[in-house]
Design a protein around this ligand. Sequence first.
Ligand SMILES: C[S@@+](CC[C@H](N)C(=O)[O-])C[C@H]1O[C@@H](n2cnc3c(N)ncnc32)[C@H](O)[C@@H]1O
Length: 200
Amino acid sequence: MKKNELRDTFFKKAKKDGYRARSIYKLKEIQEKYRLIKSGDTVLDLGCSPGSFLQYISDIIGEKGLVIGIDILPTPPLNKENIKTIQTDIKTADIKKIMETNSVESFDLVTCDIAPNLTGIRETDDKNIYELYEAVKGIVQGSLKKGGIFLLKSFFTDTFKPINTDLKTIFKKVTIYKPEASRTSSPEVYLICQGKIQGP
Ligand SMILES: C[S@@+](CC[C@H](N)C(=O)[O-])C[C@H]1O[C@@H](n2cnc3c(N)ncnc32)[C@H](O)[C@@H]1O
């Protein structure tokens, strides 16, 4: 299937299924294969707007779970008890304060679906991807429980190898996964990081 056809298929499917973005089918595919999200989990979703990951995670974690979403843009309200959203830049977010306010000691799972604005200029894009990674890593180190799981959207550019290598020092296992729902021509890829070695 061609790039635009694949995008249109998932866009239409998301609309029909009541999801806010077609990104959901990437998370769904990963969840069906790796079972990262569990009932009762406390989850942090970085780059959450418009909210399809939040919708899907909320259904799996159930009423005993909580998902906190952060985005630099507003997230239209989802009106579910187990979803909280915060509008802020993850590069400056006070994650400890966010945890304290929501009575969270640590997260079971952190997901990050952020894509920096890509300019097409390789050096600039790689610098932005790495800067964003450093900010996300800081959040993960300070908030994800020992043994916890981190799902990161990454990119097949020169940043890929150093990021992958770095994550292997923080997690016992790092798996590279390119979902079917991700356009083949897109450099995006997901890193599934399991078994955080140290606690926050
Ligand atoms: C691909 S979208 C996420 C879609 C989301 N997973 C969903 O299912 O609806 C990426 C999001 O990352 C957000 N983002 C980009 N840079 C950010 C930053 N520095 N801090 C917080 N959010 C950021 C964008 O505003 C955008 O909403």
